[in-house]
Design a protein around this ligand. Structure first.
Ligand code: SF4
Length: 236
């Protein structure tokens, strides 16, 4: 199934991609003005497309198998930890489309370099936000069946190789995703993301997903199975 998502302009994330520093960047007003002008243009022109398919997940000692019609394996130890206790997995993909790449190329051809650089950063931030929108849909689907979800995990994170992009897209092929992999296994169009999201029924883990600040030193969930350091009170 495919989903029409929203192109959302996120100023702080865009500026983070651009490396702007409020204390050192000059002409801040003109940067804001360009962001606002481009936001109107991009959000009315582009619709991110998202795709979701959910399969059973079989976790064994050495590998995990995704039970697609042509089952495939994930050998990643990092992902194995992430998917501990998961019984299902959603494969997701999304893209801003080739039209967005064309928009960037045309801006460069017209020597509108500043516009191209800003639009590129806005596209990266919008793709991440579209992934959040798609994750929220997966969450609803999972909750309707009594499951909670893990955070998403993409090829290229940890020890999960980029070539898994190809497996994910292959498993979504009935929905004809407008995304392909290049020889390097990077995605085309450029503003595209694939990821896996685990489904589990573990209550502690659900609490962590909803509330974790990653600041174990002050966190009062004393029995958290994912605690990395002791609470400061316990140390002193
Ligand atoms: S103990 Fe650490 S990992 Fe667990 S919920 Fe608290 S902050 Fe997150």
């Amino acid at each position: 199934m495919h989903y029409n998502l929203k192109f959302v302009c996120i100023q702080n994330e865009t500026y983070r991609y651009l490396g702007y520093d409020p204390e050192r960047t000059q002409n801040w007003d003109s940067v804001d003005l360009l962001f606002n002008q481009l936001c109107q243009e991009l959000s009315s022109k582009f619709i991110p497309f998202g795709y979701i398919k959910t399969y059973d997940l079989n976790v064994q000692d050495q590998a995990m198998t995704i039970e697609t019609p042509m089952p495939w394996q994930l050998e990643s130890q990092d992902l194995k930890k992430h998917f501990e206790d998961c019984q299902k997995v959603s494969l997701i993909a999304l893209t801003l489309g080739t039209e967005f790449d064309d928009f960037l190329a045309e801006s460069l051809q017209q020597d509108a370099y500043t516009k191209a650089v800003m639009a590129d950063a806005m596209g990266s931030a919008a793709a991440e936000e579209a992934a959040n929108q798609l994750s929220a849909i997966v969450k609803e689907l999972a909750e309707a069946q009594g499951f909670n979800i893990t955070s998403r995990y993409s090829p290229g994170y940890g020890d999960l190789p980029l070539d898994k992009n190809q497996n994910i897209l292959q498993s979504l092929k009935d929905d004809e995703p407008k995304i392909k992999t290049l020889e390097s296994f990077l995605l085309s169009p450029r503003k595209s993301i694939t990821a896996l999201i685990g489904w589990h029924q573990e209550k502690d883990r659900a609490w962590v997903s909803a509330n974790c600040t990653s600041n174990c030193q002050i966190c009062t969930f004393y029995n958290c199975p994912y605690r990395k350091t002791k609470n400061l009170k316990d140390v002193n």
